[in-house]
Ligand binder design. Structure first.
Ligand SMILES: [Zn+2]
Length: 283
């Protein structure tokens, strides 16, 4: 009787240990996939089913419209970022002059680039709406904060940081992923890392980024006849205004977070928030 009991108990604990092991491995995998900086496929957690994000295009190069509502500090930085991204000739960015807008609204078929001057806002913020079935981006916006980026008292108030952030937010708005790894010799502006001790030398895209542009913008031609998208962008703008970004799908330290919000009818909004790494007064 005693032996029987002991046998049962050890059998039971064997399953318990096995169960715990499986649970630990599973949660570790989830952490690695979504939260760790070393995750294997950032933002492409269900990559195998998810098409690559891109603006629909029917011509070569693909023409992407950018409505420039930035403050007047940004002209030369935008010119450089556009030149860098257009390097391999698969895309052409058509910049259109906008107006300083209070709200950086999303509008169908264009990237809206805005700036704010606000100590309480993120250093950079980007958001786009895409159709999940095709990966087609239908509207997007990104905001850069002059309070940090055009301020001599800020460690980020340099043209190097302005170039880096404009380049990365433009790349992201075109559907590219940030690059989540730590590499001292990195030569890409798409690096997700905030390392303030190190000058962000990469101010433009590297070969890998340009290959990603090629992959997204040279493989097919889309039917770009537009359907009515304004109700979807109106819904997105309302969520943005209320700072509703949806579920956290990726976080990189405390500096960068990615959210997804289901807008219904097969559309989703992807948002990236880039916090400032520390306050200006700790410089
Ligand atoms: Zn397409």
């Amino acid at each position: 009787m005693k032996n029987k009991y002991i046998k049962f108990s050890s059998e039971k604990s064997k399953y318990l240990i096995l169960g715990l092991l499986v649970l630990t491995m599973a949660s570790g995998a989830v952490w690695l996939k979504y939260y760790s900086p070393y995750g294997p496929n950032p933002l492409r957690s269900s990559a195998d089913e998810e098409p690559l994000k891109h603006w629909p295009y029917s011509t070569s190069p693909a023409v992407i419209t950018l409505l420039d509502s930035s403050s007047n500090y940004w002209g030369k930085h935008l010119a450089l970022a556009m030149k860098n991204w257009e390097k391999n000739e698969y895309i052409k960015i058509n910049a259109v002059e906008g107006l300083p807008a209070k709200e950086c609204e999303q509008m169908p078929e264009l990237i809206h680039f805005c700036t704010v001057n606000d100590p309480n806002f993120f250093i950079a913020f980007g958001s786009y709406v895409s159709w999940t079935r095709t990966g087609h981006i239908i509207a997007g916006s990104f905001i850069l904060n002059d309070y940090y980026l055009n301020n001599p008292d800020s460690p980020y108030g340099t043209s190097i940081w302005r170039n880096k952030l404009l380049c990365s937010n433009l790349g992201w708005s075109m559907g590219l992923d940030f690059r989540y790894y730590q590499d001292e010799n990195s030569t890409t502006c798409m690096e997700a890392l905030w390392v303030t001790e190190r000058v962000p030398n990469p101010q433009g895209p590297d070969e890998v980024d340009l290959a990603q542009v090629k992959e997204r913008y040279s493989s097919h031609a889309d039917d770009t006849s537009s359907s009515s998208l304004s109700s979807i962008t109106a819904a997105a703008n309302l969520h943005l205004k209320q700072r509703e970004y949806g579920d956290l799908v990726r976080s990189f330290g405390e500096s960068q977070s990615v959210y997804k919000l289901d807008l219904g009818n097969g559309y989703e909004m992807t948002t990236i928030v880039q916090e400032k790494p520390f306050d200006l007064n700790t410089k």
